[in-house]
Design a protein around this ligand. Structure first.
Ligand code: ATP
Length: 448
C-alpha cells in the first residue's frame, strides 16, 4: 500500500444568508472515512486578516491534512470537489469559493510565509496563483476565485507555535434559521468548571453567553480552549434542547493575536493591517457620536488617531481617562485616512506604560491668616477676603491629582473581541511547539 499526504484548503463558500466553510469541512471529514484516510492533524480553522474589506464574517479558512492510499487519490479529489461545489453558495454576491489540493510530505517555507502574510496584510490572488504553480498544488475557484487565497493560506499555516482548539457543534438542517435552543445556565456552569482552560464562553459584563452565533448558519455553538480534551469535556457539560447533528474539534490560531504585528514607529502603518506600536498621547480623549472615544498619539515621525468604539466597553472606559503625555503601546487595526478622517487605529488593546502627572491649579493660602486667596482678575494678583491683604506677585499653585487609570494592559470587552484577539484568560498558556502529535481518539462525531 503506497501512502501519501494530502492537504485540502477550503474558503469562502458561505454567504450572509447561510452556509459555513467549517460545516463543509465537517461533512468532508465524514465522507473521507470511506477511503480510510488517516488524519495527521486536527482540521485547521485558520482566521486570516480580520481587516479584509470583503470578508463575510470572521475571515475563517479551513485545511484538512491526512495520509491516504494513492489508489484512492482521484476518488478523494472528486469527493472533495463535488462536496465543495454542492455546499458553496456561489450564486450569492460576494461568495467567491476556492479549493486548493496539495500533495506533499511537508509544507515549504514559502507557503508558511504566505499564510503569515494573509493573516496580517492584504495579499493578491495573483500571488496565490503563482505560489500554487511553484509548489505544484491544484486549485479551483468560482466567481472572482478569491477564496483560493484563503484556501492556500490555511494549508500553509502549520500552527507549530501558539494555537487553540474549538469544538463546533452543528444543528440539524430543519432547525437552521430558528432561535438556538441551548441551556444558558449549563454554559455558565461549564465556563466556571473549565476556566481558565476554555475562553470566551460568556460575557460577564453583560451576563450573556457568547458561544452561539446569531445568523442562519448551521453552527449551534463553538467552545474554545487550550486542548482537544478540555473542549470535549466542556462540550459534555453543555445542555441543549435541540439535537446536535454532528460535532468536530478544530485546531486554530484563534485567541493567539496572530494578526498583530509589532512595528517600530507610526510611520510604518499600512492600511488593513493590525499593529502593536508605541506612542505618547498628543491630544486628549474626546467623545464622538455615538459614545465612541477618540484620542491621538504621536512619536517623532507621525501623529495618528486612536478609536475606542462604544462596544469595546472596558477599553473605552480606560481611553476616556488618558491625558496628553501618557506613554502607551496600542494594539489595533489600521484604518486608511479619508478626506475628513486622519489615519486611525481601531483599538483592541492598550498597554499603559507610563502615566503623565495630572495637575490642577489652585490659589495659595494667605501667608498671614491662612484663608484661601481670591483672584483679583487676570494678571492682577491675589487678595485675601479675610484680612484684605493684597499679593500682586503670588501665583496659582499646581497640585497633583491621583489618576484613576493604572499602568498595565487593557483589552476590549469579550463581546467585541476579534476571533484572533488573545484574551486575558489565555495569558501564560501560550504554546511554544507542536509537532506531529497524535489526535485524541474521538475528535468528531455525527448522529447520522
Ligand atoms: P467565515 O464566515 O468562514 O468566518 P468569512 O466568511 O468572513 O469567513 P470569507 O467569506 O471567506 O470570509 O471571505 C474572505 C475572503 O477574503 C476569501 O475569499 C479569502 O480568500 C479572502 N482573503 C482572506 N484573507 C485575505 C488577505 N489577507 N488578503 C486578501 N484576501 C484575503
Amino acid at each position: 500500500m503506497s501512502l501519501q499526504i494530502m492537504h485540502i484548503g477550503l474558503d469562502d463558500t458561505d454567504s450572509k444568508k447561510g452556509g459555513c466553510t467549517t460545516y463543509l469541512a465537517a461533512l468532508l471529514i465524514k465522507e473521507l472515512e470511506q477511503f480510510k484516510v488517516h488524519f495527521i492533524d486536527y482540521p485547521l480553522l485558520i482566521r486570516l486578516n480580520p481587516n479584509v474589506p470583503w470578508k463575510t464574517r470572521g475571515n475563517g479558512s479551513l485545511c484538512l491534512r491526512f495520509k491516504y492510499n494513492v489508489q484512492y487519490e482521484e476518488q478523494i479529489k472528486e469527493t472533495a470537489i463535488n462536496l465543495w461545489e454542492e455546499q458553496s453558495k456561489f450564486k450569492e454576491k460576494g461568495t467567491d469559493p476556492g479549493i486548493v489540493i496539495y500533495k506533499s510530505q511537508t509544507i515549504p517555507e514559502e507557503l508558511t510565509a504566505f499564510s503569515k502574510k494573509a493573516e496580517t496584510t492584504i495579499v493578491k490572488l495573483k500571488e496565490a496563483l503563482k505560489l500554487i504553480k511553484n509548489v505544484g498544488a491544484e486549485a479551483i475557484g468560482f466567481n472572482s476565485c478569491r477564496g483560493i487565497i484563503g484556501a492556500l493560506a490555511a494549508i500553509g499555516e502549520i500552527l507549530d507555535a501558539d494555537h487553540t482548539y474549538e469544538l463546533i457543534a452543528y444543528r440539524k438542517q430543519e432547525n437552521i434559521g430558528t432561535k438556538r435552543r441551548v441551556d444558558e445556565k449549563s454554559i455558565f456552569k461549564m465556563d466556571e468548571i473549565t476556566a481558565p482552560y476554555t475562553f470566551n464562553n460568556v460575557d460577564i459584563e453583560k451576563n450573556r453567553i457568547i458561544i452561539t452565533p446569531r445568523g442562519p448558519d448551521p453552527i449551534l455553538f463553538g467552545i474554545r480552549g487550550e486542548t482537544a480534551n478540555i473542549v470535549k469535556e466542556a462540550f459534555e457539560l453543555v445542555k441543549t434542547w435541540e439535537p446536535i447533528e454532528r460535532w468536530v474539534i478544530f485546531r486554530s490560531n484563534q485567541g493567539t493575536d496572530a494578526h498583530l504585528k509589532a512595528i517600530k514607529d507610526l510611520s510604518k502603518i499600512t492600511p488593513y493591517s493590525s499593529v502593536i506600536v508605541k506612542g505618547i498621547v498628543s491630544k486628549n480623549p474626546r467623545v464622538i457620536p455615538v459614545r465612541h472615544i477618540i484620542f491621538s498619539i504621536k512619536d517623532d515621525k507621525k501623529e495618528v488617531d486612536c478609536a475606542a468604539y462604544e462596544p469595546t466597553g472596558n477599553l473605552r472606559r480606560i481611553a476616556r481617562e488618558l491625558i496628553v503625555g501618557d506613554n502607551l503601546e496600542v494594539y489595533g487595526a489600521i484604518q486608511k485616512p479619508k478626506a475628513d478622517k486622519p489615519w486611525t487605529i481601531n483599538l483592541e488593546k492598550i498597554d499603559v506604560l507610563n502615566l503623565a502627572q495630572k495637575v490642577t491649579t489652585e490659589n495659595p493660602l494667605c501667608p498671614q491668616c491662612e484663608k484661601r486667596l481670591k483672584s483679583m482678575g487676570k494678571n492682577q494678583g491675589l487678595r485675601c477676603e479675610k484680612c484684605n491683604s493684597v499679593f500682586p506677585n503670588l501665583k496659582k499653585i499646581e497640585k497633583p491629582v491621583l489618576r484613576s487609570v493604572k499602568n498595565g494592559l487593557f483589552i476590549t470587552s469579550t463581546r467585541s473581541q476579534r476571533h484572533l484577539t488573545k484574551p486575558f484568560r489565555r495569558f501564560g498558556q501560550e504554546k511554544k511547539n507542536y509537532r506531529n502529535q497524535s489526535l485524541i481518539s474521538k475528535w468528531h462525531s455525527t448522529s447520522e
